[in-house]
Design a protein around this ligand. Sequence first.
Ligand code: C2E
Ligand code: MG
Ligand code: MG
Ligand code: MG
Length: 285
Amino acid sequence: RAKSAGGNRFEFADPEADARAITRHGLTTALPAALDRGEFFIEYQPLVHLGDGTVRGAEALVRWLHPQHGVLGPDRFIPLAEHTGLIVPLGRWVLEKAVRQARAWQEKHEQTGPLRINVNLSPCQLTHPGLVSDTVDILEGAGLEPDALCLEVTESALIGADDDLLKPLRRLAEMGVDIALDDFGTGYSNLANLRRLPVRILKLDRSFTRGMQQYPADPVDLKIVEGIVSLAHSLDLAVTVEGVETSAQAEQLRILGCDTAQGWYYARPGPPERLHELALVDATG
Ligand code: C2E
Ligand code: MG
Ligand code: MG
Ligand code: MG
């Protein structure tokens, strides 16, 4: 599409930018119906104990099976859902579905041990007044113990959080729900601030794990991770690492004292049956 901009000059619109804007707009308007039509689904990625290599649970990661565009990752539509407020019902749907799935894993094979489920919360859900009561209802409805649930909140969502924002998280933590600080290390938060937060787990961002991909590992990243782990442990927080892609990374992070790991080295996000198989292999030998 070219637009005449007077006399002898032509200006061309950027067709790619146009396509992006249309898609963005199209996706945004399609979101509510997509939820009604059941176009969202969840993949689960195992969380592995670094000490003994057993699967301890999984993180629920939402996807959208769009009728025209195929499978879309959360980075494509979560920001749009946050913008329109659809994230509240969508987030509630993810929570309910994932909690029911965790209960189903537990019922099907007791020998896998109490598998835990991690669910991401967006900042909009934190300020929504129904968060605590919805979570209680969902846990009770599924028959899942609160301590089998971990809610992941990004570090940036809690930077400068006042007491009103922290109140629902404190209530959930008192009930036994774990709160994890997701993408930790990217948000420039004041480390002393950690004491104020009802958080039990730090999820170290993938950018730190990356420095451990080569051998020998990046010495600065080693020092940083070492420092974060020792600070976390001194505050009674557990450390989970994201984005572990190689055995060298896993070994290095285990030596550094990280507790739990997640990444392609163990498994990509996949359907719920897969997690079950992985957990069972661990449990039986
Ligand atoms: P996150 O919570 O930090 O999730 C980890 C992301 O890293 C996932 O991307 C996962 O697929 C990816 N990942 C895992 N292991 C590896 C690895 O070894 N290498 C690499 N390169 N990547 C790895 P995904 O599924 O695209 O999700 C992106 C983000 O979308 C998530 O980041 C989370 O912030 C958000 N998200 C996902 N599901 C939900 C949801 O139900 N609600 C909300 N509010 N946000 C969600
Ligand atoms: Mg997460
Ligand atoms: Mg993360
Ligand atoms: Mg991340």
